[in-house]
Design a protein around this ligand. Structure first.
Ligand code: TTP
Ligand code: MG
Length: 368
C-alpha cells in the first residue's frame, strides 16, 4: 500500500446545524419542520432546515416562498442566533483539539482532522470518530456526522453518506466502489459549470470519469484534468491545513433590527473599523486589503474589497476606505442586517509610516 493510503483523516459535519441549535434551545420546535432563513413573504432564502423539513424537499438556498409552499406548517426562524452558533462551533473545535492539533475548519460546523497520530494514542480512526460524536452530543446535545478515510475528499464524501448522525468509513479497498457511483458534481472542484461541461461529454459519474485517459482529461479541462484523473482514483494528497498564520482580521455585527439609514450604517462601520484597527495594532500587524461585508435583510450577502499598493498606515485611511466601499453598495436602498469589516493581505512588519501611504493608491478591485 502506498504511503498516501496510510493517513487517517476524519471529516466532521454537524447535522442541520443552525436548525438543530434552534430545536435544542426551544423544545417546542423539536420533531417539527424548522426553517432558518428569510421570511416566507420576503425575497429571502432558506439558510438551512431541520431534517423534518427536508422530507418536504426543502433545502438550503431554496426561496423561502417555495419552502412555505412545500410545508405551510413549517416554523420559520427569521432571527438566527449567530452568537449561539459561534458558541457551539467553539465547543466542537475544543473537542477536536483534544484529539489532534491538525484541524482544518471549513465552516462553523465542519472540519477535517488528521488523526494519523493523535493525542489519546488510539490507532482506530473509527473509534476516534465515535468518541468525537459522543463528546459532541454530551457537551452540546447535538448530532454530527463523521466520515473516516485516508484522504480529505473521501472523508468528506463519507460524512455525507449517512446523514444525520452517521458514521461512514471508506477503506482504501472500498474507495473505488464509492467513487464510481458518485455524481461528478460531488467531486471536489467540480462546480456547476464544469459539471455541465462533463455532462455534455457523457461524464456523469466517477466511473465515467475514470474511463477517460489523462491526456484527454487534460485536453478537455486543462490544469484541472490531472486533478480529476487522480480524484476519481481515490488519490488526493492535500494535507489537512491548520490555520496557523492569521490570514485576516475582522469584526462583524448582526443588528437586532435591520438598518436602512446610511448615516447610522456609516457610524457603525466606523466603530467596527476602529475595533479592527485596535486589534491589528495589538498584534503589530497591518494589511493591504480591506473588505466590507454586508448581509441585507433578505440574507443576501455581498463583500466589497479594495487593495492598496502597500499596507494601511493609519486608522483614518482605513475608515475612509470602508466608507467608500459602503457607499458603493445598495445599503442606501436595502435594509441591512449585518455589517462587517476585515483586513487581509496581512503584513507582519507593517506600521512603519511611509509617505506614499498618505493618499489612496488603490491597486484595483478584488473580490467584487
Ligand atoms: P451545512 O453543513 O451545509 O448544512 P447543515 O449543517 O445545516 O445540514 P447538513 O446536515 O446537511 O450538514 O451548513 C452549515 C450551516 O451553514 C447551516 O446550518 C446554515 C449555514 N448555511 C447557510 O447559511 N446557507 C447555505 O446555503 C448553507 C449550505 C449553509
Ligand atoms: Mg452541516
Amino acid at each position: 500500500m502506498s504511503r498516501a493510503r496510510e493517513r487517517k483523516i476524519i471529516h466532521i459535519d454537524m447535522d442541520a446545524f443552525y436548525a438543530s441549535v434552534e430545536q435544542r434551545n426551544n423544545p417546542e420546535l423539536r420533531g417539527k419542520p424548522v426553517i432558518v432563513g428569510g421570511a416566507p413573504d420576503s425575497r429571502g432564502v432558506v439558510s438551512t432546515c431541520s431534517y423534518e423539513a427536508r422530507r418536504y424537499g426543502i433545502h438550503s438556498a431554496m426561496s423561502s416562498a417555495e419552502a412555505y409552499r412545500r410545508s405551510p406548517h413549517a416554523i420559520f426562524i427569521v432571527n438566527p442566533n449567530f452568537e449561539e452558533y459561534y458558541r457551539v462551533s467553539r465547543q466542537i473545535r475544543d473537542i477536536f483539539g483534544e484529539i489532534t492539533p491538525i484541524i482544518e475548519p471549513l465552516s462553523l460546523d465542519e472540519a477535517y482532522l488528521d488523526v494519523t497520530r493523535n493525542i489519546p494514542g488510539i490507532s482506530s480512526a473509527t473509534h476516534l470518530a465515535e468518541r468525537i460524536k459522543r463528546k459532541i452530543f454530551e457537551l452540546t446535545g447535538l448530532t454530527a456526522s463523521a466520515g473516516v478515510s485516508y484522504n480529505k475528499s473521501l472523508a468528506k464524501i463519507a460524512s455525507e453518506w449517512k446523514k444525520p448522525d452517521g458514521l461512514t468509513v471508506i477503506r482504501p479497498e472500498e474507495a473505488e466502489f464509492f467513487l464510481s457511483k458518485l455524481a461528478v458534481s460531488q467531486f471536489w472542484g467540480v462546480g456547476p459549470v464544469t459539471a455541465g461541461k462533463m455532462s455534455k461529454l457523457g461524464i456523469h459519474t466517477g466511473a465515467d470519469l475514470r474511463s477517460w485517459p489523462l491526456w484527454k482529461l487534460t485536453k478537455a479541462f486543462g490544469k484541472s484534468g490531472p486533478w480529476f484523473y487522480k480524484l476519481c482514483r481515490g488519490i488526493d494528497e492535500r494535507p489537512v491545513e491548520t490555520l496557523r498564520e492569521r490570514k485576516s482580521l475582522g469584526k462583524e455585527r448582526t443588528f437586532a433590527k435591520d438598518i436602512s439609514v446610511m448615516s447610522e450604517l456609516e457610524e457603525l462601520l466606523k466603530s467596527l473599523a476602529t475595533d479592527v484597527w485596535r486589534s491589528l495594532i495589538k498584534e503589530g500587524i497591518s494589511g493591504k486589503t480591506i473588505t466590507i461585508k454586508i448581509k441585507y435583510y433578505d440574507f443576501r450577502q455581498i463583500t466589497r474589497s479594495r487593495s492598496l499598493l502597500d499596507s494601511f498606515q493609519n486608522l483614518e485611511d482605513f475608515i475612509d476606505a470602508a466608507i467608500t466601499l459602503l457607499r458603493n453598495t445598495e445599503a442606501d436602498r436595502i435594509p441591512v442586517r449585518l455589517l462587517g469589516v476585515s483586513m487581509s493581505s496581512i503584513n507582519r512588519k507593517a506600521h512603519q509610516p511611509s509617505a506614499k501611504q498618505l493618499s489612496f493608491q488603490f491597486a484595483g478591485n478584488v473580490n467584487i
